[in-house]
Design a binder for this molecule. Structure first.
Ligand code: GBH
Length: 472
């Protein structure tokens, strides 16, 4: 293999999310979010970890942005915290807006393009107390909040993402109880799907009216779904259901203006259609400028029920996020390595996903807004962090993404998840996704070998030949 160049202007960035990195959870008028509440629930988060300090990004913006500049990053994808900006969902809090304004200015001074995600899972607890995403009113509150942020930052920020991974918010939060708010109510989860999408549509309209030249998108977490036995009708039906619940239930309303009929039928017992008003689909399907894709692995599914599993020691019992497909299981294949999250490393999946999106949906510009891997990094005596697996993971996924570009997919950028180790939701601080290592005791940041390598890729707009890397 030789060195591989990306199209001119390709965006090279790294991503974080407010709750995962900021800390300062009680400062400058921030109110509790559903994640603060969830972290306090016994057994909800590994190690009883919470976001009170996280990696203290709130107090270390100067230093963190300088580090991004040293790494040669062209863009930084971060999220704004709704509970800092409209703490109880109501009136704006200037101190919260000032923090992001300072972050944006610091980035621009260093030539780094700010990419703002408006919602990366930290709903103000006050809005959850009023029903959360199962309540239609939350969609309107989200649009108000979006308008506030765009009025404050829109003069300097061009690229806007409404929601990060609404699948997680709806199904992990309201059906599986795996994420905040920890509810296990399938009917609430399907209501949340629609209200998140409605919130996206209303926020898109709010952004466009405040800043007509803004680039607006949404980020979805998508997976190719692979049948365990392609000759089994039951397995193929499991694939249909999972593809419907994971991918099509979001893609179709956004880009085709209608929900997939088969999934609407599957979800009838949970009252899905009751939430959909006739005018909603036009709001949800308003044209977008770009689609954000978060890719980590594939789903390999079987219709055989999984063996009943006990919660991990010390953790509370969770349920299935797969509403109406609770019976499916995810057999383990032995032809791939796995990350520290136990996820199979499947670089071809990113190619399959990108080419599918290109064929089945309007040919929107696509950005990989997250891709990366957790590994147990070894810190050497001299403090350096050698992470060949993460480097190889990113390298192989970029090669597969490049193959998709060669076939005509309009992929315009890539954001590594994550800039630095951080609060990995229900897994707490134990799982490290950073290309930069964080010592949680001292908050010292150390770029890992993968960061050094990624920096070369970003600067050269090309992947070096494998022999030039230390990848195994
Ligand atoms: C992304 O989610 C998030 O946007 C990001 O904040 C996160 O840090 C990153 O991935 C790494 O996880 O499904 O029962 O195994 C990716 C999708 C789905 C990954 C939920 C973690 C854990 C629960 N996420 N999953 S489960």
């Amino acid at each position: 293999m030789e060195s591989i160049s990306f199209p001119e202007g390709f965006v090279w960035g790294a991503a974080t999310a407010a709750f995962q990195v900021e800390g300062a959870s009680k400062e400058d008028g921030r109110s509790p979010s559903i994640w603060d509440t969830f972290c306090a629930l016994p057994g909800a988060v590994a190690g009883g970890d919470n976001g009170d300090v996280a990696v203290d990004h709130y107090h270390r913006v100067e230093q963190d942005v300088a580090m991004m500049a040293d790494l040669g990053l062209g863009a930084y994808r971060f999220s704004t915290a709704w509970p800092r900006i409209r703490p109880d969902g109501g009136e704006p809090n200037q101190a919260g807006l000032d923090f992001y304004s300072r972050l944006v200015d610091t980035l621009l001074e260093r030539g780094i393009d700010p990419w703002v995600t408006l919602y990366h899972w930290d709903l103000p607890q006050a809005l959850e107390d009023a029903g959360g995403w199962a309540n239609r009113d939350t969609a309107h509150r989200f649009a108000d909040y979006a308008a506030t942020v765009v009025e404050a930052l829109g003069d300097r920020v061009s690229n806007w993402t409404t929601l990060n991974e609404p699948w997680c918010s709806a199904f992990l939060g309201y059906a599986g109880g795996i994420h905040a708010p920890g509810r296990q109510e399938p009917a609430a989860a399907v209501a949340a799907v629609h209200h998140l999408l409605l919130g996206h549509g209303l926020a898109t309209a709010a952004i466009r009216s405040a800043k007509p030249e803004a680039k607006v998108g949404i980020t979805l977490n998508m997976y190719p779904i692979i049948p365990a036995d392609p000759s089994s009708e039951a397995d193929l039906d499991a694939v249909r259901r999972l593809d419907g619940l994971q991918n099509r239930i979001f893609l179709d309303p956004l880009f085709k203006g209608e929900y997939p009929a088969d999934i609407v039928a599957d979800l009838a017992p949970y009252g899905f259609a009751d939430h959909i008003k006739p005018e909603d689909l036009a709001i949800i399907s308003a044209p977008l400028d770009q689609l954000g894709v978060n890719y980590y692995t594939e789903h390999f599914v079987s219709s055989e029920p999984a063996a009943p599993s006990e919660p991990k020691p010390g953790r509370r019992a969770t349920g299935s996020p797969w509403v109406g497909a609770e019976h499916v299981s995810f057999p383990v294949r032995d032809d791939a390595t796995r990350t520290d999250m136990e996820w199979e490393v499947r670089p071809r999946g990113i190619y399959q996903l990108l080419t599918r999106l290109h064929e089945e949906y309007p040919r929107l510009p696509i950005y990989i807004t997250e891709n990366g891997a957790a590994y147990r990094d070894a810190v050497s005596d001299d403090g350096s962090v050698n992470d060949p697996e993460r480097l190889a993971y990113i390298d192989s996924h970029l090669r597969a993404a490049h193959d998709a570009i060669t076939e005509g997919v309009d992929l315009r950028g890539y954001f590594a998840w994550s800039l630095m180790d951080n609060f990995e939701w229900a897994e707490g601080y134990a799982k490290r996704f950073g290309i930069v290592h964080v010592d949680y005791g001292t908050q010292v940041r150390t770029p890992k070998m993968s960061a050094m390598w990624y920096s070369e890729v970003a600067r050269g707009n090309a992947l070096p030949a494998p022999s030039a890397t230390a990848a195994p």
